[in-house]
Each structure stands twice: as C-alpha cells, then as structure tokens.
Design a protein around this ligand. Structure first.
Ligand code: SF4
Length: 439
C-alpha cells in the first residue's frame, strides 16, 4: 500500500504546474553545479603555477606550463647569480624593533647581506645597512665580478657573508638552550633566508636546525620561495611544528606585470600552493599580503584572501605599497603609456595626493569586509598613516586590526591630525536605559 508521502508525490508530479516547477528547479540546480565547478576550475587554474617550466627556486613545476603572457620573463629565468662576499656582521641574531612594531617578531636572523630575489620594490635596498655600505660593497662587487653594480640596479647581485654557520655556532655557544624562549625570531627580515643559493648549499637547513637545537625561539619563516611547500621542507617543519610558523609573502595572484617586479621569486600561484601544502600538514602558517598593489584591490584581493585560507592561518598581515625610494622602478614595469602605469605614477609623483590615501582606505575596507566577523581578529593591517587624508580617515575609525606605523608624538598620538582625532574619539557608552536581561 502506497504511503501518504508517495501519494502526495504522485499527486504533485501529476500536476502539470508542479512538473514544470520541478524541471525548472532541476535546471537551476544544474546551472548552480556548473557555476560551482567553474569556480573550482578557476581557483585550481590560479594555483597551477604560471612559472612555465622549471622553477628557478628549486621547486619542481607544480602543474603544466603557463600561458605565455604570464610566464616569468625569459631573462629572469636565465639570470645567473653574481655572488659577492662582504665583511661579516658582528652579531647574526639581533633585536628587530621595526618588526616588533609590526607584531611580527622580536629578533631577526638574516643569513645573507643581500637577497638573491632582487624584487624591484624591496625596501631593504634603501635600508640603513645597504645605504651605509653602498660604496664599500660596490667596490667589492667590482673587485669580485669585474662590474661595479648596486643592489637596486642589479637583480642578479647577491651579497653573502663568510661562513654564517660557524659564526652562528660561536654566538650560540655562550647562550643557554632556553635563549629566546617566549620570543619570536624572524628568518629573515632584510633578505630571504630561502634564497636559492642558500637552500642549494644547505645553509638554510643547517642554520634552522641550529636555531631549533640551540635556542628556545619560535621561528617565523618569511619567504617568497615555494620550496618551503615541497615534501622535504614540509617534513622538516612538521618535525618541529611547535617551533615554526611559516608565511609566504604574496601581494597578487600573478600576472605579467607582477613577474616584472618580482623577477626571481617563485610565482604567486606556486607560493599559494606551497602554503596549502603546509596547511594540509597542519604546520602553523600566517598570511603575508605585503604589499598589495593597487591593481590587486578588488576581485583579485577577495580571491587572494580566500586562497590563503583565513580560517587556517594564525594571522593576516597586509599593507599597501609604500614608496621606499623605488616607485619609479615599479612604475616602469607597467607597459609604457598604460592606464595602470599612469594611475600608479599619480599616486607617488605628488600630482594626486588623494589617490594613495583612497587606495589605502579601500584596501583596508575590502580586507575587513572579506575577513568578516569570523576572521577580522586575525588582521594586522600595517598603516603608515602620514599620508592619509581627512576625507578617507573615517575608513579607519575603530582601528580594528590596524597597527599604526608612523612615529607618534610625545603623547603617543599619531602625528597625522585626522588620525589623532579618531584616536581621541571616546568609546561608545552603553545604553544604560536598556540593561541586558540576562548575562
Ligand atoms: S624576497 Fe623580500 S627581501 Fe628578497 S628582494 Fe624580494 S622583497 Fe626583498
């Protein structure tokens, strides 16, 4: 005997209107499934590595070759590193107040004097160490390579110290094993400790092993080399899961322009794949969207945030591009006369002061929206607030997830009056007329 449900079903399907509705629902469901499949394919494609052929960073190509326009520039792939030895630092492990202010680390260890990746926007080139040693290092470069070149001009240049391991061993010999316990050490701050030459020679692995054995630091790996997601490195980090947190700095999903300014790094999709491998192995990770260039703000930013998996990372650092005496070089990577290039130029040549302020406010707003109430507590938005204009200041009201990077005045307030005004704004007072019913 037919059940009541079956009878109802027969009645329903006998009805012509109901049948039409069912067909309609099935068609809609099909559309939905196609949409989901398309979205998955797109994400997968984004992670397919645009590197095209062998990765210069020592990783095997993750998937097939990339569309030609997205491949790394041919000259960058063929670029041979010019190694130049410079005098050793007095101390390898050093406090790093700059990174402490960003909430990233208390100490730093760089394993080389100049990174091998040669990114156009690298702020280290204008930093104190390379500025102070500019001419002595150029002299050494000339003596050792026959060419007088400078870090910002020559992406093939890498400056190294002699026997970093021996020096580190001597430094650690006088320290107790608990040295650094409760503190974070970043590897590395001014360079990439996973520069291919260091990885290839085994320096990276030995230095990290020495830190694990001889100190109590938690080690924050910060790199643009997707090699950290290969089986060998995943095993290494997994063996010391309580000691490492790994992040891959990514500011876009990868395009021809980006490949022109990050000339020797792993491609962004390869970095995302590496991050995913680490997360699959339950290794602590963090997001490092630094810097997010103006062209990424919008749909690409939303995808980028999703791909770093805000639910899995410990924190998400993000910042807009801030000029470090290199904006012209960054602009020059755009095709000549392009709209993007002109827009970028207007932000930094002083002709449109509102443009950078708006981009910064918009980047923050979109990050906040995308992270939503579930993940906003993970945001660490690095705001160099000096150039924020009054008409955009309200976007930062509440300072949720914001770490101000400008030097404060004597009272600890921002030197930018419109930001200082927000800091003075009193906390909203709870409405006493309607006290909570239960607590
Ligand atoms: S990877 Fe980092 S440290 Fe190395 S050149 Fe690029 S921005 Fe500078």
């Amino acid at each position: 005997m037919a059940s009541a449900v079956e009878k109802f079903w027969v009645t329903l399907t006998n009805d012509r209107l109901s049948r039409s509705l069912l067909v309609f629902a099935k068609v809609m469901n099909l559309f939905n499934q196609v949409g989901v499949a398309f979205a998955r394919l797109r994400t997968h494609a984004l992670l397919r590595g645009y590197g095209g052929g062998a990765d210069r960073c020592g990783t095997t190509p993750l998937f097939g070759n990339a569309p030609r326009s997205l491949a790394r520039p041919r000259h960058a792939r063929r670029m041979k590193t010019k190694l130049v030895t410079v005098p050793n630092l007095k101390q390898l492990i050093q406090p790093c107040p700059g990174f402490a202010k960003k909430g990233l680390a208390d100490y730093k260890l760089d394993a080389a004097a100049l990174c091998e990746f040669g990114c156009v926007y690298c702020s280290s080139n204008s930093g104190y160490y390379l500025r102070r040693n500019r001419e002595p290092f150029a002299k050494l470069t000339e003596a050792q390579t026959g060419e007088r070149t400078y870090p910002a001009d020559d992406p093939a240049l890498m400056l190294v110290w002699t026997d970093v391991e021996k020096q580190l061993e001597a430094e650690l010999a006088s320290k107790p094993k608990a040295y650094g316990a409760g503190k974070t050490l970043v590897f590395s701050m001014l360079t990439d400790g996973f520069s291919p030459t260091l990885v290839g020679k085994g320096v990276t692995e030995r230095v990290l092993a020495m830190l694990v054995e001889g100190t109590g630091f938690r080690i924050r790996v910060l790199t643009k080399n997707a090699v950290v997601g290969t089986a060998k490195w995943v095993r290494f980090f997994r063996a010391h899961r309580d000691r490492f947190v790994v992040g891959l700095s990514i500011g876009s999903l990868g395009n021809a322009w980006m490949a022109g300014i990050e000339r020797r790094t792993s491609s962004p999709p390869a970095r995302l794949e590496a991050l995913r491998n680490l997360q699959r192995a339950s290794i602590p990770t963090y997001g490092m969207l630094c810097p997010v260039f103006p062209a990424t703000v919008g749909v690409e930013l939303a995808e980028l945030v999703d791909l770093i998996r805000p639910d899995l990372v410990e924190h998400v650092w993000a910042e807009p591009y801030n000029d470090r005496v290199n904006w012209q070089r960054v602009r020059d990577a755009f095709p000549q006369g392009s709209h993007e290039g002109e827009r970028f130029e207007a932000m930094f040549d002083g002709s449109e002061p509102a443009a950078w302020s708006f981009y910064c406010a918009e980047l923050y707003r979109q990050l906040r929206d995308r992270l939503g109430k579930n993940w906003i507590h993970k945001l660490r938005f690095l705001l160099y607030e000096d150039r924020v204009l009054p008409q955009h200041a309200a976007s930062f009201n509440g300072f949720e997830g914001i770490i101000l990077q400008g030097k404060p005045d004597d009272a600890g307030a921002s030197k930018n009056p419109c930001i200082a005004a927000l800091q003075r704004r009193p906390e909203p007072v709870e409405d006493e007329a309607e006290p909570p019913t239960y607590h």
